[in-house]
Design a protein around this ligand. Structure first.
Ligand code: GLU
Length: 435
């Protein structure tokens, strides 16, 4: 295989400049960026073909007895996109919108994400089509255990290591760990990350994705010469990632002017009190009804005057329809795939500095890596050690992507794909092709 040495992509400013892509299919969104970065890297055609295809795609039917005695059958997926750099790594989501294309895209993003932060993992993702909001804890436990047993051949600390994602949490990870361990006849903590701290989880893991978002936002503000003190931040999604990012950014001096969840959005130009909001959500579950802010719609949120917009929920929320209204100077992608490829072009023309998902939300998988290391070593770190090591990796990765972006005159998004594809390709070249 020939080298993937970088070339100056003079004529190439943005991915598929004149092509309008589907705004719904996240796999196409991922592929359009991949193709463009591969062209910029002058990637060998053979490697291009290898990296365009997932290594393994598993589809399972998961029968579960409901509480009323009836049996429901759910469809589950696990996709291992690439394992050249190490065990497959990536979360499992329970959601009605799960599809094979979505899981494939998310597994590919995990591959690039682990390579951007240079941790020794490949990329994977899993999902089950279900509505966990309409299921009892017992039903969710039975679903989790049956899904785990259905994909058990792929799982293992050296082969495939799940973690939480949309609508899954520490509780679900504990059930996966237990089910896997019962099959193996001994306790295997390192088979999943994002576990409860009492059973081999890492301190700082729960906050890690939000903390990583705070770190890269702080670095982006510094790079653009904007003070964090008083910087106006809009956060879309107030789950684990959005709420922690908001809290930590506020602690750094930023002003959180709006937040949203599925019940609607809240706006207060003077700044919201994030600990108070968290208290409200702990009691009431949703943001709706919070008295110390003006209720606005989720659509209005994207057009608010602000310095930083932090989408921290699901895919495809910044599209060709609303990108032109965005006033933020920085977008920090806490979610996976929140911006469509068509919106990328509009944002780039407007000069918005986008910190791409595979860099911005990589704090979670970075501390997952720390958890896996701690489980395998049987020696656990203090929280400040976890946070310092996370800080170092996020700052270094931000700088590496920014350097790539300056060197090749490409956006941070394209630079992050170039950096990660180059790293994965380098390992493929060193390992050679087993035939
Ligand atoms: N689901 C998270 C992500 O998308 C975490 C993955 C992990 O820790 O393995 O990055």
């Amino acid at each position: 295989m020939t080298s993937t040495s970088s070339k100056q992509p003079n004529a190439l400013i943005r991915p598929d400049k004149d092509t309008f892509l589907s705004e719904e299919n996240p796999f196409e969104a991922m592929m359009s960026r991949f193709d463009y970065a591969a062209r910029c890297l002058n990637l060998d055609p053979g490697l291009y073909k290898i990296l365009r295809n997932p290594e393994k795609q598993i589809i399972v039917s998961v029968p579960v007895p409901r509480d009323n005695g009836e049996i429901e059958v759910y469809t589950g997926y696990r996709v291992l996109y690439n394992t050249s750099r190490g065990p497959a790594k990536g979360g499992i989501r329970f959601d009605l919108n799960v599809s094979l294309d979505e899981v494939k895209a998310l597994a590919a993003w995990m591959t690039w994400k682990c390579a951007v932060v240079n941790i020794p993992f490949g990329g994977a993702k899993g999902g089950v089509i279900c509505d966990p909001g309409a299921m009892s804890p017992g039903e969710i436990e039975r679903l989790t255990r049956r899904y785990t047993s259905a994909i058990i051949e792929t799982l293992g600390p050296d082969s495939d290591v799940p973690a939480p994602d949309v609508n899954t949490n520490e509780r679900v990870m504990a059930w996966i760990m237990d089910t896997y361990s019962m099959h193996k006849r001994h306790t295997v903590t390192a088979v999943v990350t994002g576990k409860p701290v009492e059973m081999g989880g890492s301190l700082g893991r729960r906050e890690a994705t939000g903390r990583g978002c705070m770190i890269v936002t702080r670095e982006a503000l510094r790079k653009l010469g904007m003070p964090i003190q008083g910087a106006r931040v809009v956060v879309q999604g107030f789950g684990n990632v959005g709420s922690i990012a908001a809290l930590l950014l506020q602690e750094q001096g930023a002003r959180i002017v709006a937040v949203s969840d599925k019940s609607g959005a809240l706006h207060n130009p003077a700044g919201l009190d994030v600990p108070d909001l968290l208290k409200w959500v702990r009691e009431k579950k949703l943001l709706a009804g919070y008295p110390k802010a003006e209720a606005i719609t989720n659509d209005q949120l994207f057009g608010l005057p602000c310095d930083v917009l932090l989408p921290a929920a699901l895919e495809n929320v910044i599209t060709s329809k609303n990108a032109k209204d965005i006033q933020a100077k920085i977008i920090c992608e806490g979610a996976n795939g929140p911006t469509t490829a068509n919106a990328d072009k509009i944002l780039e023309e407007k000069g918005v500095f986008v910190i791409p998902d595979i860099l911005a939300n990589a704090g979670g998988v970075t501390v997952s890596y720390f958890e896996w290391v701690q489980d395998r070593g049987g020696y656990f770190w203090e929280e400040d050690v976890v946070n310092q090591r996370l800080e170092r990796i996020m700052v270094r990765s931000f700088e590496e992507v920014a350097t790539m972006s300056a060197k090749h005159s490409v956006s941070m998004r394209v630079a992050s794909y170039m950096l990660s594809i180059d790293r994965v390709a380098a390992v493929h070249r060193l390992r050679g092709l087993y035939a």
